[in-house]
Design a protein around this ligand. Structure first.
Ligand SMILES: Nc1ncnc2c1ncn2[C@@H]1O[C@H](COP(=O)(O)OP(=O)(O)OP(=O)(O)O)[C@@H](O)[C@H]1O
Ligand SMILES: [Mg+2]
Length: 294
């Protein structure tokens, strides 16, 4: 089974797809086979970042049952040995708004992808689909810029992911589940308070499920060392969401070469390995290899 890495953020345009494509290339360079999975159903563009303009098949072919598994959709990329892509398109309303049953089938099939690593670009927003694609991974990467709005969106994204994860720790017929699913839960304390009314074990189940979310934070387009910002995010997530195992993955500077590489339809790490953003991405990738048990 592959190790699954998800890349999320909450906010659009902060660098999720750039990070996904470059991580795929770098991990393949270290000898791992990688499949990029574009689950940004509303705005899929990962294939373009990898120089593929007209995929033979896309996620839509799987969703609409023209193929029976994701391995049939995964396409090799010219010039990137060891990297395949399951391209999204978003050109089908059904794909962009897939119902729960389709989402569950897709989640099952991700584990059946034949490669060492699967990198999921989950897209922006906090739709149930997006949160579940993010949560299904073994390793979670949250990308943010230094902007207060990006950090606020990141906090909201992790909060809703944590609530979704906690709710999924109860079986649907469990009493506490029936109550919680009907409520619009605002924060973790509210969730813990309601759960504790049904017993300490319910409260503990929530704590245990939160422990499974240990996101890596990757700052993008940030010039200064991000330690102070990272500490603030860590304190926020720890105090209000009980998420305690946060790791700083690194900082990518704003870099013209990266912008140029997007226009050249190639990851910057492959086009310009010596560029400042490439060096930063390589450091982040090495940290992931060290800490992410890849
Ligand atoms: N470190 C950087 N230096 C310079 N430009 C960057 C950097 N990171 C991202 N960009 C620019 O920002 C654009 C958006 O990045 P990207 O497509 O990865 O964001 P995204 O989070 O995937 O967006 P969306 O939510 O719309 O899918 C890139 O095309 C690139 O031009
Ligand atoms: Mg994107």
């Amino acid at each position: 089974m592959p190790t699954i890495i998800s890349v999320g953020s909450g906010k659009g345009g902060v660098g999720k797809s750039v990070v996904s494509s470059n991580m795929a290339y770098l991990l393949s360079q270290s000898g791992l086979s990688v499949t990029l999975l574009d689950l940004d159903a509303g705005g899929a563009d990962l294939h373009v970042l990898m120089g593929l303009f007209k995929p033979d098949l896309t996620l839509t072919d799987f969703i609409e049952k023209r193929v029976s598994n994701l391995n049939e959709v995964a396409q090799r990329l010219d010039g990137f040995a060891g990297v395949k892509i399951v391209a999204g398109t978003g050109d089908s309303l059904f794909t962009a708004n897939m119902p729960a049953a389709t989402r569950l089938k897709l989640l099952r099939h991700i584990r059946l992808i034949e490669s060492d690593v699967v990198i999921i670009d989950v897209g922006a927003g906090t739709h149930f689909n997006t949160l579940d694609f993010f949560l299904t991974a073994d390793i979670h990467i949250c990308v943010t810029t230094g902007d207060p709005t990006a950090i606020l969106d990141l906090y909201r994204f992790v909060k809703l992911a944590v609530i979704r994860k906690a709710l999924s720790s109860f079986l649907s017929y469990d009493n506490v589940s029936k109550v919680l699913r009907k409520k619009d839960i605002k924060d973790i304390d509210e969730l813990l308070l309601i759960a504790s009314e049904y017993g300490e074990d319910k409260k503990q189940a929530i704590y245990n499920s939160i422990k499974e979310i240990n996101p890596f934070i990757l700052f993008n387009q940030v010039e200064q060392t991000p330690e102070a910002r990272f500490s603030r995010i860590r304190d926020l997530l720890q105090t209000y969401l009980k998420v305690s195992n946060l790791e700083l993955l690194g900082r990518i500077p704003e870099d013209r070469e990266l912008r140029k590489s997007v226009k050249a339809y190639q990851p910057v790490t492959s086009l310009k390995p010596g560029a400042s953003s490439s060096i930063a991405l390589k450091m982040a990738c090495n940290k992931l290899l060290r800490l992410g048990s890849l």
